[in-house]
Design a binder for this molecule. Structure first.
Ligand code: FVH
Length: 293
């Protein structure tokens, strides 16, 4: 029971995630009002003590804090346009782009509501535990006012005043996740052609991922300084190893598109004179996309 469990909380949207969110607030002892387009989805939560609201507008009027978690931002606007959220602090945990988050914040301000955006970096079963990382962006005062209540959902963080930050961190985190998984699949497919099964390679891949993760703080310093002295390895050395990866993949009949992308970006940086610098110098290739041929 958190120390302000008498604060009422409204949850709009009772899909897989919304149900978990409402359940966590109930478990923390808050009075919870719920609304969902398909009303029957509220039934298990009502049985657990939640109050069902007949409309979203009625739900929003039931307290100072409303969590909304629908499929996408157009759905959020559809629901909120039909209600008067003035005075309520809206915490939008729907996935979307930073542009959609900033537009939603402007829309809420025009309607007299306070708006915090958020990105859930967890699956429904983790909600209510420390493993559930939830990133917030928007006015710090709104975050701080409701921090204790929102903390019932998991480990929450305020990233900054720009409402778009949570979405940007979300997609940046997904970029890390998919890049690591795709790189692991590339290696697994390659080793599979030599009879090495995925379970055998996985611990080696985990060890590599951990080593590379350790490099990030030092590489980040180089990027923020704009200076990339080759303390560990020069980009030209990396590019030669990338050529080996392309060659091995093509010889083994494994898709070489990802290795070729690595090599193409390194070759562009080398052609621009950065071959003797360290790997993070490639940030400039990401910041200045190559013009499509
Ligand atoms: N589930 C997960 O693991 C991920 C984890 C990371 C964050 N996502 C995002 O959370 C949003 C909701 O995801 P969800 O898994 O709860 O999605 P569904 O189970 O499909 O529920 C969708 C709810 O949205 C309602 N809804 C959709 N369109 C409308 C609309 N036009 N008007 C009103 N409500 C709408 C839907 O209502 P109903 O179909 O039950 O009547 C559900 O309540 C999402 O952004 C994920 O990316 C989850």
């Amino acid at each position: 029971m958190d120390d302000n469990s008498d604060i009422p909380v409204t949850v709009l949207g009772l899909g897989l995630m919304g149900q978990a969110l409402a359940g966590a607030f109930l478990k923390a002892g808050h009075p919870v009002t719920v609304w969902n387009r398909t009303a029957s989805k509220a039934d298990p939560l009502v049985a657990a003590g939640a109050r069902p609201a007949p409309t979203a507008g009625d739900a929003l009027r039931s307290g100072p804090l409303a969590i909304i978690c629908l499929t996408d931002y157009p759905a959020v606007r559809e629901v909120l346009d039909a209600s008067e959220p003035d005075g309520t602090t809206l915490v939008n945990l729907t996935s979307g782009s930073s542009a959609q988050a900033r537009e939603a914040a402007r829309w809420a301000e025009r309607r007299g509501a306070r708006y915090l955006d958020g990105a859930i970096m967890a699956v429904p079963p983790a909600i209510g535990t420390a493993e559930a990382v939830i990133l917030h962006s928007g006015p710090r005062r709104d975050f701080e006012e409701h921090e204790s209540t929102l903390g019932a959902l998991g480990t929450i963080t305020h990233l900054g005043e720009d409402p778009g930050l949570a979405s940007l961190y979300d997609v940046a985190g997904l970029a890390m996740m998919w890049s690591i998984l795709n790189a692991w699949l590339q290696g697994t497919a390659l080793l599979g052609t030599a009879g090495v099964d995925a379970a055998t390679y996985a611990p080696f891949a985990q060890q590599i991922a951990g080593v590379v993760a350790g490099w990030l703080p030092g590489y980040a310093e180089q990027i923020d300084r704009g200076s990339y002295p080759a303390e560990v390895s020069a980009l030209e050395t990396d590019a030669r190893a990338m050529a080996h990866l392309v060659e091995e993949s093509e010889t083994a009949g494994v898709d070489a598109a990802l290795p070729k992308l690595f090599k193409a970006m390194a070759d562009r940086a080398i052609a621009a004179g950065h071959g003797a610098e360290q790997y993070p110098v490639l940030i400039d290739e990401f910041r200045n996309p190559a013009t499509p041929e």
